[in-house]
Design a protein around this ligand. Sequence first.
Ligand code: PLP
Length: 424
Amino acid sequence: MTLQERDKNAVWHPFTQLKIAPLPIAIVKGEGAYFYDEQGRRYIDAIASWWVNVHGHCHPYLTKKISEQLHILEHTLFSGFTHEPAVLLAERLLDRLPDNQSKIFYSDNGSTAVEVALKMAFQFWSNQSADKTKVIAFENGYHGDTFGGMSAGARNAFNLPFAKLLFDVIHIPVPVKGKEQQTLDALQTALKRDDIASFIFEPLVQGAGGMVMYSAEMLDELIEQCRVAKVITIADEVMTGFGRTGKFFASDYLTHKPDIICMSKGLTGGVMPMGATSCSQFIYDAFWSDDKMKTFFHGHSYTANPTACSAALASMDLFDKPEAFENIIRIEKKHNLFLQKIKSHKALIEVRQLGTIIALEIKTNDYTHYLNSLAENISEFFISKGIIIRPLGNVLYILPPYCISNKDLEYIYDAVEEFLSGLQ
Ligand SMILES: *Cc1c(COP(=O)(O)O)cnc(C)c1O
């Protein structure tokens, strides 16, 4: 039996209608920006393996540091116990995070980093006997696939079977160009209520919603209004963190900093599953008490897994070298040149770019987003070119590992142009 046949017999894949989907490509090796399949075919990982990879696959330094950790301490419980990698990583994350962040809470993926943030905000209020249980979030957002994350996110085909089970969230428009006033008005109306616990948002870029972008000035304004209204602000930096937007965090573009920040994807360099939620001192203080009922009762078996921490620490070492941001800026410039070249193309509605992310919104008759057939055609076309690109509906985007070469970027841009010219 081939690997693909054995897979079909035993495995259930995410986001996939297995009855009609083509068989998955079996990847046997990763190296830098490349994957290799069973037949030895090479693919450029143009979307950083679902936005997690930053320094490239099987980076020798990450591999070495993780393997060293595995010989010392692979895992330990984290309630009543601690270890050097978790403490050091918290210190180093706090060094990089906005100044108002003062504690790190570990979990094990992006959805749990968001659940932790939402629960922290809800309990912040309940610990003070305040009845605040409503959340404000942007329309079109994505915050993960657990129930809290789904509730905060856009209501769409992906969570329709669970629609009745999700908690109530006030969704306000995304402040894209031209909609700023609509957003401000909607926020103002929402903030008149006295039961708002928190406002959660993907800062500057809505990833899964189609790489939708909005300005730092607008977000600054919204955060400031929440602060005045005493509503906790939560930046879901799961996709935007770790250099993706051209700065270490998207929050670094802001003057007003969020109270809570969620991290995952790039945290371990894209090697180990891990989540982290940071918070301001005033949040932590609301749980600091002689009353055991004010404890934050949340945790996961693999909270602060030392091996994952060692991967994150090694990734932070690489970020401390000048090459990391040199690469990020190099990609940013290349993307921008391509944007200038392609933006007036007849097949396109709009091209958006921030940092290492470039997104092309393609004209189509079918705007059902993820589930439309254009997306399948795009994936197939690029696979035939040896490029891994999985569009978000009619939004084709490139979000590469930072080690990708200029030559590979140009090869991808050429393939994109070839694809677009085939649409007419
Ligand atoms: C991917 C993502 C999540 C969920 O992270 P998982 O690790 O896939 O659970 C949450 N928020 C944002 C903004 C994301 O992009």
